[in-house]
Design a binder for this molecule. Structure first.
Ligand code: SF4
Length: 248
């Protein structure tokens, strides 16, 4: 089975409560959603993947993708010291659309690293269940239709949350907000979290502005945090820090 790899690089986790940890990022192609603010639109297969062997160098080697699992493992072992990485981050796109490949790949990666971190849009609960036993950390999005400009995903988010909580795992939820975020949607998301997992951290992540997508104001952010704290105990505002640092 071949892996639809798009990028592999060593960098720093730039979002959420694990910000600052060193991770090896494996970015897979493709997604089941099409969010307006997506910053990984390039996450579609183009026949080549980028490998940054020296962290921070921006010197990339390009090889054909998809590539064999053994080839990917060889690249990891030859180029990165996983003892110095908190975890291997499986990201995308939406990595869970490739759950059949992940079922074979993740146990092999698990032998090389301390932990596996999954970054997901939180809409594919059945696929999560297939690979949950290999995962140690989950960063789950809840998508607000107004900000993402997609159809509501409330029920798939609810099912995903239930699936994720069926195993003891470090899980946090991230909601990207923009200047146009609808408060009612934020409340709906919060009630959903309160119903299923009131103790888990909720990260409000202001969108990094681009094209016509504007970041919320400071006043909006603080107002929304206060509003959400009526429902949950752990609500934090954390922007994308890797962008500020010019990291991948
Ligand atoms: S879920 Fe993530 S990768 Fe997929 S379109 Fe939305 S922002 Fe982009």
């Amino acid at each position: 089975m071949k892996v639809p790899l798009l990028e592999i690089f060593s960098s720093v986790q730039g979002e959420g409560p694990l910000v600052g940890y060193r991770q090896l990022f494996l970015r897979l192609a493709g997604c089941n959603l099409n969010c307006r603010y997506c910053d990984t639109k390039h996450a579609v297969s183009c026949g080549k993947c980028k490998i940054e062997k020296k962290a921070g160098s921006s010197n990339f080697e390009y090889i054909s993708t998809p590539l064999e699992i053994d080839k990917l493992l060889q690249i990891i072992q030859e180029n990165y010291d996983l003892n110095k990485h908190h975890s291997v981050s499986i990201t995308g796109g939406e990595p869970l659309i490739h759950y059949e490949i992940l079922k074979i790949l993740l146990p092999k990666i698990k032998k090389l690293t301390k932990s596996i971190f999954l970054e997901t849009n939180g809409t594919l609960p059945g696929e999560l269940q297939e690979v949950l036993k290999f995962i140690d950390f989950i960063s789950m999005d809840i998508k607000l239709p107004s900000a993402a400009k997609i159809s509501p995903c409330w029920e798939s988010h609810r099912k995903f949350l239930r699936a994720a909580l069926s195993r003891e795992i470090y899980l946090y939820i991230k909601i990207v907000v923009s200047s146009n975020t609808v408060e009612e949607e934020l409340k709906t998301a919060c009630k959903l979290i309160k119903d299923e997992a009131p103790g888990i951290p909720l990260i409000i992540q202001p969108v990094t502005p681009h094209n016509s997508v504007k970041a919320p104001t400071t006043r909006q952010l603080l107002k929304w945090q206060e509003m959400l704290l009526d429902y949950l105990n752990d609500v934090r505002i954390i922007p994308q820090t890797h962008r500020a640092l010019g990291l991948l």
